[in-house]
Design a protein around this ligand. Structure first.
Ligand SMILES: C[C@H](O)CC(=O)SCCNC(=O)CCNC(=O)[C@H](O)C(C)(C)COP(=O)(O)OP(=O)(O)OC[C@H]1O[C@@H](n2cnc3c(N)ncnc32)[C@H](O)[C@@H]1OP(=O)(O)O
Length: 681
């Protein structure tokens, strides 16, 4: 199928449209094939005076199809700079006929870069424009590092690129990236007129690449770049592509845009074949795949509307869940067992929302409006018209069974009854009810308003409609040494944050269900005896000041020694001098082992879902591709042999499971699909 079309109107304007639904994604073949062909035709034809570039079906284009990057081997791409300089700059931007981009929907990555070679941009009010290449471990490859700073200034351009943050049309208009906003039905017409007005010299005709009016003076520019570099090094010390992006921008500012384009082209080749790019593309593809469940999402079910949601329990989890729901504009009922707990829960939600305001993620004026969506209650009377209930009470089977029996009595028949349990079997929770088809696990990851992951756990009887409804809910949220390895915080800091109480309750469930798979330590008990229960008590594994800043506590050695003497263990000198790499492996290989079991038992549908769970729910570094992708890069054989060695020395906690052992014996990948009966998502 032709992926670019061209129509020439009686006004002498050729409208070239990307027609590669649903997102009009681009590729080198498309640009050098049908797009270049049409553009050159328009430049040659005498009846064409000006050009408009647009996209079909209400979308300009989502940018380059990232699958085409990872599939290619070195040498298969056109020579560096050919598309960016020889074609886009020297033929299209330098052409004797003016061009205007008509942007509806998204113009991301390479698509915005093409829009920026045009001599003006007209968009609808709902359009979004961005250069999010860095989220894939890439840098903009078609002049974006040079043209964006020239159109919106250096500071804004750096923010957009380094944070992969798109602009909405109105801001893009204010900043000058978009020249005018037009209603959707008049978009192309406005762009045609604009192009003709450029030709008639009634509007400026300055190629973006030569503009300097928005660039900061050199001294100031150097300061901005220095600051950006320091920030990038601090926030992402393991990632090189951020610095390469800044280098390319700097080259253009200091030595001129031509030199900048050349530097960008060279560096784009470097990052295109990098391991980081492969890992980040894997996370993106895996994330898209999470919304596809065989025999559930492919049978034509449409998600039902969910307006009002009740949350049971206002503890750390419940208040986090309520916060994320409010932030997504759901009306929320928060139920607690008494006034004191209810007030504490509401205060937690207020604090969560405040922290959103402080981080600039929510305007101050929206704080009060957000709170109007929340209602605290002590009984079930307000549950009579809720569409979804999420239970987040403590991990106790009889209590949860009682809660679900009550819910069955008070909630309307269409209402989804979800449990946030992380450890208890959902079948068991709903055992005493008759509502098996609408009971489901909706497991949020702590802190729920920060971790953008919703794990949907179905029972054999959960209806496909309920799963589709929850997947839609999750989709709406997501649209949106260990720390040296890239984790946001190490395991001890995480336990402090969650709190020892929750951790101990979860530990009991694990120990009961899988004693041979758990590592039992007396340390937490010893700390609890001294009223150290984590960050909430300002003392856990770390000490906390009033601003929640953690610092190491020299007293910890005393507790560790006590715990060792209770357990009767003497420190292994080898463990005292582990390298960072060994620590990472000893911590994460058991996670890989457990992930293999989850796949083998059909608890998870596919390995890529575990990649997403690790990235979104546990903060596993995105640029390492997710837990299973990372594991496969090390190889099943390597992981298995390491674990066998540790199992001999340190016990069965490290024993490789059958799945891992089998794959290692065959030298097979851990991510290759499993023949399994019926997964639980
Ligand atoms: C050389 C250049 O400088 C390099 C580049 O251009 S790099 C690419 C830059 N582009 C991007 O970062 C865009 C990434 N995509 C997105 O942010 C979102 O998909 C979007 C906002 C464009 C659209 O969102 P939405 O309408 O919800 O659609 P969404 O479900 O995400 O995507 C639809 C399908 O397109 C796929 N897709 C979206 N963007 C893609 C991309 N850039 N490459 C490959 N596939 C992509 C999705 O995986 C999904 O596939 P599926 O139907 O098989 O699940």
């Amino acid at each position: 199928m032709e992926k670019t079309t061209m129509e020439v109107g009686a006004d002498g304007v050729a409208v070239i449209a990307f027609t590669n639904p649903p997102l009009n994604l681009l590729s080198s073949d498309l640009i050098l094939g049908s797009f270049k062909e049409k553009y050159e035709q328009a430049l040659r034809r005498d009846d064409v005076k000006a050009i408009v570039i647009t996209g079909s079906n209400g979308k300009f284009s989502g940018g380059f199809d990232v699958n085409t990057f990872v599939g290619r081997r070195k040498g298969e791409e056109p020579k560096p700079g050919y598309i960016s300089i020889d074609v886009l700059t020297d033929i299209f931007e330098a052409a004797k006929k003016p061009s205007v981009a008509a942007i509806d929907g998204v113009a991301f990555g390479g698509a915005l870069e093409i829009a920026m070679i045009c001599h003006a941009r007209i968009s609808t009010s709902t359009a979004q424009l961005g250069l999010p290449e860095l989220q894939f471990g890439l840098i903009p490859g078609f002049g974006g590092t040079q043209r964006l700073p020239r159109l919106v200034g250096l500071s804004k351009a750096l923010e957009m690129m380094l944070m992969s943050k798109p602009l909405k049309a109105d801001e893009a208009h204010v900043l000058g990236l978009v020249d005018a906003i037009a209603p959707q039905e008049e978009l192309v017409m406005t762009a045609r007129q604009w192009a003709l007005e450029i030709l008639e010299q009634r509007r400026p005709w300055i190629p973006s690449i030569y503009r300097n009016d928005r660039l900061e003076p050199l001294g100031k520019a150097r300061e901005i770049l220095k600051f950006a570099r320091a920030q990038a090094q601090k926030q992402a010390p393991n990632l090189q592509h951020l610095l390469l992006c800044i280098d390319a921008i700097e080259k253009g500012v200091v030595s001129g845009s031509r030199a900048g384009l050349l530097k960008e082209a060279e560096d784009f080749q470097k990052v295109l074949h990098s391991h980081t790019c492969k890992c980040l593309v894997n996370v993106f593809i895996a994330q898209c795949a999470t919304s596809k469940v065989p025999r559930i999402t492919d049978i034509g079910l449409v998600p039902r509307r969910v307006n009002k949601i009740a949350v049971l329990g206002g503890g750390l989890m419940g208040s986090g869940i309520a916060t994320v729901l409010i932030l997504n504009k759901y009306y929320v009922i928060l139920k607690e067992v008494n006034e004191k707990f209810l007030e504490a829960g509401i205060n937690r939600i207020k604090a969560n929302l405040q922290s959103h305001v402080q981080k600039g993620k929510m305007p101050e004026e929206n704080f009060e409006t957000a709170l109007t969506l929340l209602k605290g209650v002590l009984d079930y009377e307000n549950f009579r018209d809720v569409d979804l209930v999420i239970e987040a009470v403590i991990e106790n089977v009889p209590l949860k069974q009682q809660v679900f029996a009550d819910l069955e009595t008070y909630c309307p028949p269409h209402c989804i009854l979800a449990s946030n349990t992380s450890t208890i079997d959902i079948n068991l929770i709903g055992e005493t009810t008759k509502s098996h088809d609408r009971i489901v696990g909706a497991h949020f990851f702590s802190p729920a308003h920060v971790m953008p992951l919703l794990e949907v756990v179905r029972t054999q009887k959960t209806s496909p409609q309920v799963i589709v409804d929850l997947l839609e809910l999750g989709r709406r949220f997501i649209d949106c040494a260990i720390s040296k390895f890239g984790m946001p915080m190490g395991p001890f800091r995480t336990i402090d944050l969650i709190g020892f109480g929750v951790f101990a309750a979860v530990g009991v469930q694990f120990l009961k269900s899988f004693p041979e798979r758990c590592y039992k330590s007396a340390l937490m008990q010893v700390l609890l005896e001294d009223k150290r229960a984590g960050e909430a008590t300002r003392k856990g594994f770390y000490l906390y000041d009033i601003r929640r800043k953690a610092s190491p506590d020299p007293e910890m050695t005393k507790y560790i020694e006590k715990s060792r003497s209770i357990a009767g263990v003497t420190p292994d000198p080898q463990l005292m001098k582990l390298a960072d790499k060994d620590i990472v492996e000893m911590l994460f290989f058991p996670v890989v082992n457990e992930s293999c079991r989850i796949l083998d038992e059909g608890i998870a549908l596919k390995a890529s879902d575990l990649d997403i769970a690790s990235v979104m729910g546990r903060g596993f570094p995105r640029y390492r591709g997710g837990i299973m992708f990372w594991a496969d890069n090390l190889g099943s054989k390597y992981i298995c042999s390491k674990m066998e060695t540790w199992a001999k020395k340190y016990g069965d906690f490290y024993k490789p499971c059958a799945y891992l052992a089998e794959r290692a014996a065959k030298g097979a990948s851990l991510r290759a699909p499993v023949e399994q009966a019926n997964s639980r998502l």
